[in-house]
Design a protein around this ligand. Structure first.
Ligand code: TPP
Ligand code: MG
Length: 437
């Protein structure tokens, strides 16, 4: 099989069903030895693509594969002796570090505020998964779109929604990015092209596919100057949902500019990924639809970034979608209401040692990209940003009761507005459930 010059990270779909045929015949695909993928000892083999052209696959640790990009390889860092092997500049490293520290500090503060009764409903935190959000979203332009899930605060922050607006949304205040009407699971910002957090799993994938279709339509039919890309984030559990497959099909068929980013944290609430899916290697489902599938260590922001760079560039060039499976881990329970008693403490301890922020810090310091003092200064700045966000949210006004039924797609004559023309929610008994509705 010949490697396409453009499909830098593609696998031959035909070879995926048979590891033996892959071993024999493909010069673009290579078998790696037994992998401890997803903590499973039963998963014995893994296919990875090797591009013989500008791109290459590197193996920097036992079971991790990342695809090097031209962009990264071209970077020459003159200030350091080991410059040519560095994956990031100082400026890039500090941007990544700041974004990840912001994500972590913000979520830790959310936990405090939730337990103090400042937030309502379910709140799902992102601790541990920061390398995925940062590794992908920090490569985007403002015009590019992001679609998230209920675990969406950090995606919003990475996309540039101010911490004040995200915190206020969580507090249900008018200054929130959805005027307090969305809450934790429904972050949205038109300005930042954050097309929503979605509470139903898989619900965001068709929305993202539609956004990518819009970009393609603008470019090819309306002849607009548009190379926008959409990133769809979702979890491992969601990949067993039909919408995932339908959208992979459509995106591949129409070569849409989208990257499907699976945040495989090994669990769907209390259901282990290994128990829930016929083939735990989600990335394999990309080639089945004719698009590249890549597995990357989602606890390493630099590896995520390399893969993201390739996939985003491919989408921007009009070469179609990519499925990226990021192997990651959440450091907290499914939501703040989850006692998190089902996951093995040994598993949690293992991933705790792979904290993506600690790993990036180590890389930055060991490669003299920045000093300890510079990183401390970033941490201090972020603490202030988060404190400020809380103060801002706390002092912001709650929405008027009349806002309660805005954007509700139900006939207001039947429910929202009474015969007197007033919103029924204005009736003080409305929230007690005793109003005459
Ligand atoms: C359509 C639908 N079915 C069921 C649920 C209940 N539910 C909420 S979270 C979740 C697990 C999702 O796991 P995963 O996709 O791995 O995401 P993670 O929470 O690990 O980030 C389920 C089944 C839902 N929200 N939507
Ligand atoms: Mg999961």
């Amino acid at each position: 099989m010949a490697c396409s010059a453009t499909a830098k990270i593609i696998h031959n779909p035909l070879l995926l069903s048979s590891s033996r045929s892959a071993e024999k015949s493909d010069s673009c695909c290579k078998m790696l030895g037994p992998s401890s993928f997803l903590g499973s000892t039963s998963m014995s083999k893994k296919l990875v693509s090797v591009n013989k052209g500008a791109s290459r696959v590197s193996r920097r640790s036992a079971n991790v594969v990342a695809v090097s990009s031209d962009v990264v390889k071209e970077k020459k860092l003159k200030s350091s002796s080991a410059a040519s092997s560095l994956l990031i500049t100082k400026e890039e490293g500090l941007v990544l570090y700041e974004d990840m520290v912001l994500g972590r500090a913000f979520e830790d503060m959310c936990a405090q505020m939730y337990y103090r009764g400042k937030m309502f409903g379910f709140v799902h935190l992102y601790n541990g998964q920061e390398a995925v959000s940062t590794g992908f979203i920090k490569l985007l332009k403002k015009e590019d779109c992001v679609v998230s899930t209920y675990r969406d605060h950090v995606h919003a922050l990475s996309k540039g929604v101010p911490a004040r607006e995200v915190m206020s949304e969580l507090f249900g205040k008018t200054t929130g990015c959805c005027r307090g009407q969305g809450g934790s699971m429904h972050m949205f910002s038109k300005e930042h092209n954050l097309l929503g957090g979605f509470a139903f799993i898989g619900e965001g994938i068709p929305v993202a596919t539609g956004a990518a279709f819009t970009s393609k339509y603008k470019r090819e039919v309306l002849k607009e100057d548009c190379d926008e890309v959409t990133l769809a984030f979702f979890g491992d559990g969601t990949c067993n949902n039909g919408q995932f497959f339908e959208c992979l099909n459509m995106a591949a068929l129409w070569k849409l500019p989208i990257v499907f980013v699976v945040e495989n944290n090994l669990w769907a609430i209390g259901m282990s990924h290994l128990r829930a899916t016929s083939d735990p290697q989600i990335w394999k489902k990309g080639p089945a639809f004719g698009m590249p599938g890549v597995h990357v260590d989602g606890m390493d922001v630099l590896k995520v970034r390399e893969v993201a760079n390739e996939a985003i560039a491919r989408a921007r060039r009009g070469e179609g979608p990519t499925l990226v499976e990021c192997e990651t881990y959440r450091f907290r329970g499914h939501s703040l209401a989850d006692p998190d008693e089902l996951r093995d403490p040994a598993e949690k301890a293992h991933y705790a040692t792979r904290d993506p922020i600690t790993a990036l810090k180590k890389y930055i310091l060991e490669n003299n990209l920045a000093s300890e003092a510079e990183l401390k200064a970033i941490e201090k700045k972020i603490d202030e940003v988060v404190e400020d966000a809380v103060e801002f949210a706390d002092e912001s006004p709650v929405p008027a009761r009349s806002q309660l039924l805005e954007n509700v797609f139900a006939d207001p004559r039947g429910f929202g507005i009474g015969p007197d023309g007033k919103y029924r929610c204005e009736d003080p008994k409305f929230t007690e459930g005793t109003a005459q509705v």
